[in-house]
Design a protein around this ligand. Structure first.
Ligand SMILES: Nc1nc2c(c(=O)[nH]1)N[C@@H](CN(C=O)c1ccc(C(=O)N[C@@H](CCC(=O)O)C(=O)O)cc1)CN2
Length: 290
C-alpha cells in the first residue's frame, strides 16, 4: 500500500537583525535545503539605522512536525546574525480579548469581521468597565466580563484583567475605545500584546477628547491611529493611521461621527497586520511588511 504524501503546509517566517551581507542568501539556502518554496516575500533594509527586516511566506512538504523541524534547524541560521525571529503556521487564528467602554463601533466591526472570517482571529472575551455591550457579546456567544474601574479599584481591576487574559489564553488585547489609562506595570506585563485605537491623527490631539481639540484648531483633516500601548499615553509605536477630510461646517459632534469610519479602518488594518506577523517593532517605531 503506497503512503500518500502529506499535503504541503504553509508557514510564515518573520525576522529582523542588524544589517549584514548574506542574510537573504542564508535564509533562501535554508528554505531550499528543506525543500521549501517561497510564496510571498517582503523585506526592508533600513540603511539609516543599519537594520534588516523580512517576512517570508513559504510552503513546505513533510508531516505535521514540519514546523518544529524548521524552527529547530533555523535557530542555527539565525544565531550568527543575532536575529529576532518567529516561524509559525500561515493563517494562524489569534486569540483576541477586546476591551471597550461606551462607544461600540470598533467592537461591532471587529466582532463581525471575526465571525465572517475576514480577520484571522477568535474573539475569546469582551471586557468592559460598563455593562452597555453585554447583549452584543451574548449575541455573538462571547464571554463578557464587567470590570468596573475607579481610582480605588484600578489595581484590582487590572489584576482581574490579567486573570481573564490567562483564563481565556488571549494572545492579543485590543482596546476598542477603552477609555481607561493602563498602569505602567500592566503595560510591561502585556508588552507588545496590546493594540489601542486613538481617535486622532497622532501625535496631534492626545488625550481623551481629541475631536473637540481638533474642532478648536479648525483642522481640515481628522484621523485615527492604531498603536501598540506603552506606559506613555498615546505614545506607543504606530501601526496604522487613517484620515478623512472635514471642513468648517463640521461641529465637534460631526467630527465624532465621521471619525468612527477612520477609527474602524485603522484598527482593523492594525489587528490584521499584527495577526499575520507583518508588524515588527523597532525602538519606538514599527516596520509593517505588507
Ligand atoms: N498606558 C496606556 N493606556 C491607555 C492608552 C495608552 O496609550 N497607554 N490609550 C488609551 C486610550 N485613550 C486614547 O486613545 C485614552 C483613554 C483615556 C484617557 C483618559 O484620560 N482617561 C481618563 C478617564 C476617562 C473616563 O473615565 O472616561 C483617566 O483614565 O483618568 C486618555 C486617552 C487606553 N489606555
Amino acid at each position: 500500500m503506497t503512503d500518500t504524501p502529506a499535503p504541503p503546509t504553509e508557514h510564515v517566517l518573520t525576522l529582523d537583525c542588524p544589517e549584514a551581507p548574506g542574510i537573504v542568501h542564508e535564509v533562501s539556502r535554508f528554505l531550499v535545503e528543506h525543500g521549501c518554496d517561497i510564496v510571498d516575500n517582503q523585506q526592508f533594509g533600513d540603511r539609516r539605522g543599519g537594520h534588516f527586516f523580512m517576512r517570508i511566506r513559504f510552503s513546505a512538504t513533510g508531516g505535521e512536525d514540519t514546523g518544529d523541524t524548521l524552527r529547530r534547524d533555523f535557530a542555527a541560521v539565525a544565531a550568527p546574525f543575532a536575529m529576532n525571529w518567529r516561524l509559525e503556521p500561515a493563517g494562524t487564528r489569534r486569540r483576541v480579548l477586546i476591551m471597550v467602554s461606551r462607544y461600540d463601533h470598533c467592537l461591532n466591526d471587529l466582532l463581525f469581521r471575526a465571525r465572517s472570517g475576514d480577520l484571522p482571529v477568535d474573539v475569546v472575551a469582551v471586557v468592559s468597565n460598563h455593562r452597555d455591550h453585554e447583549a452584543l457579546a451574548d449575541w455573538y456567544g462571547i464571554p463578557y466580563f464587567h470590570v468596573p474601574v475607579t481610582a480605588a479599584t484600578k489595581a484590582a481591576a487590572e489584576e482581574r484583567l490579567l486573570e481573564i487574559v490567562a483564563e481565556r489564553e488571549a494572545e492579543l488585547v485590543v482596546l476598542a475605545r477603552y477609555m481607561q489609562v493602563l498602569s505602567d506595570d500592566l503595560c510591561t506585563r502585556l508588552a507588545g500584546r496590546v493594540i489601542n485605537i486613538h481617535h486622532s491623527f497622532l501625535p496631534s490631539f492626545k488625550g481623551a477628547k481629541p475631536y473637540h481639540q481638533a474642532y478648536e484648531h479648525g483642522v481640515k483633516v481628522v484621523g485615527a491611529t492604531a498603536h501598540y500601548v506603552t506606559a506613555d499615553l498615546d505614545e506607543g509605536p504606530i501601526i496604522a493611521q487613517e484620515v478623512i477630510g472635514v471642513d468648517h461646517t463640521h461641529t465637534p459632534e460631526d467630527l465624532v461621527a465621521v471619525g468612527r469610519d477612520v477609527e474602524r479602518a485603522a484598527l482593523v488594518k492594525a489587528v490584521r497586520w499584527h495577526c499575520e506577523g507583518r508588524v515588527i517593532v523597532h525602538g519606538r517605531r514599527t516596520v509593517v511588511l505588507h
